[in-house]
Design a protein around this ligand. Structure first.
Ligand SMILES: *Cc1c(COP(=O)(O)O)cnc(C)c1O
Length: 394
């Protein structure tokens, strides 16, 4: 990897990782090839034995995928990135690569739904047990650590309530107990939060969200050091095969070029919308790490450069009122996806969190009147007007 130490984030996002070929192309090309050709039988043997570095097969390495990996690795401040077919594949390869039968995994409670199913149903089947603690309660994390705990897993800010986990405190706790701290950084991207700077060992991404930024391709990534990610996680990927396609890598590579700009614009729109929502009649509470009223504002200032593009708010009148607001929108897309240029609106209690037991949902603060918005890049006046129509009818 080149030395990029004197470049700032926006420059890395545009420039890092592309090694021009002999054609002198300005924009990174797509290498759609499954295999590679050698000059001689001896060279083929050297590649396969590992004596000579280089491409063998695109399940292992591909130049376009490597461009994306190198760019994201330096943006996160990691040594190595392994790109995967989806965000879930990134979490799966990380767990398979770094945990073994009899290990215990400790996770924050409010994490992506499929991650919970992966941990409980599938890792559980292979003798890896997972338990869950409230994201914000560091004493609960400490109390839940067992002698066989090997990994702490956290998503911060949480979805949909925007609660924060203290990355530095969790990293210290993990390292006191010979555990790794894994942070799913999907909501922030390295532009807003770099978990490795605060001591985390591994960063996970769903590239499907902000890295793409326009809702086109599925992808994921694992960032960390040469041994754990470069050897252990990569070893699972090259053998089991949830590799990123070169076409998707090319889309993400171009997505990264505008990431710095986009994340700032998403944050600015979300901050304005959060402030406006707070003043609307019928809105009981707004959850957004950028608000002065956020209970962890100091932590947000410490570990996040900006508060991000996702917020949620609770309306008076429960599910009926929330659905009324959602159904009155004409601009916002009713979909559970996020991190798109297009604003999206979701009713968590009946969609993303619909399979969670009602008591558990209430306990974790996901009320029937809660609405989540992934604030896009449309003009903020149009987004407000779209929500005002529904809120005015309550
Ligand atoms: C979407 C998402 C994932 C899973 O990513 P896929 O690309 O859908 O597999 C994991 N974590 C978070 C926080 C997500 O939002």
């Amino acid at each position: 990897m080149d030395d990029y130490s004197d470049w700032k984030m926006a420059t890395l996002a545009v420039r890092a990782g592309h090694h021009r070929t002999a054609e002198g192309e300005h924009s990174p090309p797509i290498f759609t090839t499954s295999s590679y050709v050698y000059k001689s039988a001896a060279q083929a043997a050297a590649r396969f034995s590992g004596d000579e570095a280089g491409n063998i097969y695109s399940r292992f390495t591909n130049p376009t995928v490597r461009n994306f990996e190198e760019r994201l690795a330096v943006m996160e401040g990691g040594e190595v990135c392994v790109a995967t077919a989806t965000g879930m594949a990134a979490i799966m390869t990380t767990c398979v690569g770094l945990l073994e039968q009899g290990d215990h995994l400790l996770s924050s409670r409010s994490i992506f739904g499929s991650t919970v199913i992966l941990f409980n149903k599938y890792l559980g089947r292979f003798g890896i047990e997972t338990s869950y603690v409230p994201l914000t309660d560091i004493d609960a994390w400490r109390a839940a650590i067992r002698p066989n705990t090997r990994m702490l897993f956290v998503e911060t800010p949480s979805n949909p309530l925007g609660e924060l986990g203290d990355i530095q405190a969790l990293a210290d706790l993990a390292h006191e107990h010979d555990c790794l701290l894994v942070v799913d950084n999907c909501f922030c991207t390295p532009v807003l939060q770099r978990p490795l700077d605060f001591g985390a060992d591994i960063v996970i991404h769903s590239a499907t969200k902000y890295l793409d930024g326009q809702g086109r391709c599925m992808g994921g990534a694992v960032v960390g050091d040469r041994n754990k990610v470069g050897e252990d996680v990569y070893g699972v990927l090259r053998t089991t095969g949830p590799s990123m396609s070169p076409f998707n890598a090319w889309v993400f590579l171009n997505g990264l070029e505008t990431l710095d700009l986009r994340m700032k614009a998403h944050s600015a729109n979300a901050a304005e919308l959060a402030g406006w929502l707070q003043e609307q009649p019928g809105v009981i509470h707004v959850h957004y790490p950028g608000l002065e009223s956020h209970p962890q504002k100091a932590l947000a200032n410490k570990q996040m450069k900006l508060p991000g593009g996702v917020l949620s708010f609770e309306v008076e009148g429960g599910q009926a009122a929330a659905w009324k607001v959602i159904d009155a929108t004409r601009l916002l897309s009713i979909t559970a996806n996020l991190g798109d240029t297009k604003s999206t609106v979701t009713h968590p209690a009946s969609t993303t969190h619909g399979r969670v037991a009602p008591e558990e949902r209430a306990e974790s603060g996901i009320s029937d009147g809660l609405i989540r918005i992934s604030v896009g890049l449309e003009d903020i006046a149009d987004i407000k007007a779209d929500l005002a129509r529904g809120l005015g009818s309550l």
